[in-house]
Structures are given as C-alpha cells and as structure tokens.
Design a protein around this ligand. Structure first.
Ligand code: SF4
Length: 372
C-alpha cells in the first residue's frame, strides 16, 4: 500500500529557525497551487492502492476545508484508497477553531497533528511562532469536540535558553493535554538561521549536551508513564495510534509525494519535484515534467536505507528479512563495524532483530553511519 504525501508550502509568518520549503501565504497563488495539485494527482496511473494521506508543509491548515476535501476527492478518483485510510492534516493552532476543525473532519481528515512546539509563551515568541500556549491548549480541546480521536502534538526540545526543568514542564503540559501521539524534535540550527543572530543578541545559548541527553531520557520516561509508549527515536503513541504514514518511511515502504519539492519513492526509484512553488504550478499547468532529480536505487542502497531507517524504531529491524529481500548477509557485511556498539550497550541483537537501546538512541547518528 502506498502512502500519499501532499506538500502545502504556505505559512502566515516565517519562523526564525525554519529551513523547510515554504513561503508567505498568498491567496491567489494558493488557489492555483491547489488546482495544480489536483492536476498532478490526476496524472498518476489509475487504481494504485494507498492507505495513508498526509498533508504536510508549510501550514496545510491554511487551506480551506473545501480545498482539502477537493484534494482528497482527487485522490479517491485516482487511487484505490483503503476504506480505513489514515488522513493526517498538519495544523498550526492559530489557523483553526472548532467549526473549521469540524469541517476538516467532514472533508475526510481523521488525524490532526498540531505544531505546538512549546507550552511556554516566552519560548514560542523566541521561535517566532505566532500562537500562544493557551491557543494550543484550546485547539486540542476544539479538535476533541470536533470528534477527532487521533490527535498528535509536536514539541521542540533543546531550545535556546531552555533549562531541563523548563523542558520537562513542557512535557508535563503535553501529558495534561492528553494527545494520542507526540513527536519530540531537537531544534536544529541551520547555518544562516535568523534565530542564530537573535540568540547572539539575546545572549541565549543551548544547554550543554549532557542536559540535552537528560531532557530526552526523562521526557521519554514521563511520556511512557503517561501511557504514550515510544515506538521511534522521536515519536510516542498510545497503543494503536502510531503514525501509519510515517511508519512507511521507517519500514522500507513506498510513497508518492505531490507538490513543490516533494520526494517520492516507488519500485526502487526515488525522485523529487521542482522546489519553487511558481515553477511547480507553471509546469503542471503546461503539462511539463516536474521531476528535477531521479535516482535508481541499487540493491545495496536499498538495504542500507532499510537498515538505518529501521533502526529508528524501538522494535528495530529484522536483519534476516532485510538480507533476504536484498540478497545480502547483513551480519557478515556489517557485524564487525557494529560490534563496538553492541559492546557499549547501544545496540542489542536478539535473534534476527537488531535494535537500539534508549541510550543507543542518543548515539543513533554514530551507529547509523555504519550503513551510509
Ligand atoms: S510554520 Fe512550520 S513550515 Fe511554516 S515557517 Fe514555521 S516552522 Fe516553517
């Protein structure tokens, strides 16, 4: 079953740490973009089976429920969409109220993922976010009132000037909001991020590495005690509420992605659409090719990727099955390089399964470097 990703590149304001493919909201461009997305979907061969749809961005909740509904309908017209398909909408708290959420639900959305990032107004302001903690809490309540039984919250960790206590206060506030799923991301500062200048001006620094490790480990313990079990390095969920769409990325699945800058992977081929929004719309409208990069993945590329994405999961990866799939003896190929990580207690081998321990998750980049 395919996962389908729709990229919506519009935001009401640009956050000072953001390096995604996005731009400021423009009503006229948005209307043309939605039409282009429907056209791109209609170019796909008919009848392929799919069971997840994910609207990501940018800020997909800046689209109207009618626009979201029209895209879902375009997908239904083209794909064999499973009756129980998971349909996620990334949503910024300030873009919705109960009525809009109800209408998103009517448009087919059955999972809401709120970009909360922090439950402290001072931290939100520092990141250039335009919602308040109170608005985020209210948005979660409104989503419940609108009938959503699958709500996810994103939080960012290791923010400038953030202490371990402040972070754990955010984790407690998340637990209080009672989501079904949560993603905890480490703030990554790209080289020219405006936030870097603001940090210098404000005298804010990042907590030391040991504190970041403590933030992560204590957060995972608190979330687990609250019934949100870890299933991936950065993700926790109540039983049965893991993100079915994102699991495709970590379990060697296949997905098609629509919109500017979107990456697809199917049948051992990976490709990327043109990045600029205007360029994308112009090309779709003119019936031109959208792909800028296309790469045929070799069997060893595919094996490496299956291994390093699979290791992100707490259950790890079945190396015997991966080896069979890609005609390789995984242990023979990588066993020696992995041995020191097993000795450190960062990796565990249980029968055919290889998995990171929680301490190993802090060292995941070092371990995964073995495969790339
Ligand atoms: S809302 Fe999200 S995508 Fe938009 S600028 Fe902020 S971080 Fe980037």
């Amino acid at each position: 079953m395919l996962g389908l990703y729709l990229h919506i590149p519009f935001c009401s304001a640009i956050c000072n740490y953001c390096n995604f493919n996005r731009g400021l909201f423009d009503e006229a461009l948005k209307t043309r973009y939605v039409a282009a997305l429907r056209q791109e979907i209609a170019r796909t061969p008919a009848g392929w089976p799919a069971d997840t749809i994910f609207f990501g961005g940018g800020t997909p909740s800046l689209l109207t429920p009618e626009e979201i509904g029209s895209i879902v309908q375009a997908i239904r017209d083209r794909f064999a969409l499973a009756a129980d398909a998971e349909i996620t909408l990334e949503t910024n708290p300030e873009t919705v109220d109960r009525d809009k959420l109800e209408r998103f639900r009517g448009a087919g959305v059955n999972r809401i993922s709120f970009g909360v990032q922090s439950f402290r107004d001072d931290e939100l302001k520092r990141l250039g976010r335009i919602h308040s903690a109170g608005r985020a809490r209210a948005a979660v309540r409104e989503a419940r009132a609108a009938g959503f039984d699958n709500v996810s919250l994103d939080l960012m960790m290791w923010l400038p000037g953030q202490s371990v206590e402040a972070w754990l206060g955010n984790v407690d506030a998340l637990v209080e909001a009672a989501p079904d799923h949560a993603s905890l991301y480490l703030l990554e500062l790209y080289p020219n991020a405006p936030l870097k200048e603001e940090m210098a001006r404000g005298g804010w620094s990042l907590a030391p590495d040991e504190d970041a490790a403590e933030m992560y480990l204590q957060a995972m313990e608190r979330l687990e005690r609250a019934g949100l079990g870890q299933y991936e390095i950065s993700n926790v969920a109540r039983p049965g509420k893991a993100s079915r769409h994102n699991l495709k990325y970590w379990t060697d699945g296949e997905w098609l992605a629509f919109g500017c800058g979107a990456h697809s992977t199917r049948d051992g081929v990976r490709w990327k659409n043109v990045s600029a929004t205007e360029d994308y719309v112009a090309r779709v409208t003119a019936g031109l090719d959208l792909v800028t990069d296309r790469r045929i993945l070799s069997s060893s590329d595919r094996l490496e990727e299956a291994l390093f994405t699979g290791l992100r999961l707490t259950e790890g990866i079945d190396i015997a099955a991966a080896g069979t799939r890609y005609s390789a003896d995984v242990w023979k190929q990588y066993g020696q390089a992995l041995r020191p990580f097993l000795d450190e207690g960062w990796l565990v081998r249980e029968g055919a399964r290889l998995r990171l321990t929680r301490a190993g998750m802090l060292m995941a980049n070092e371990v995964m470097a073995v495969f790339v």
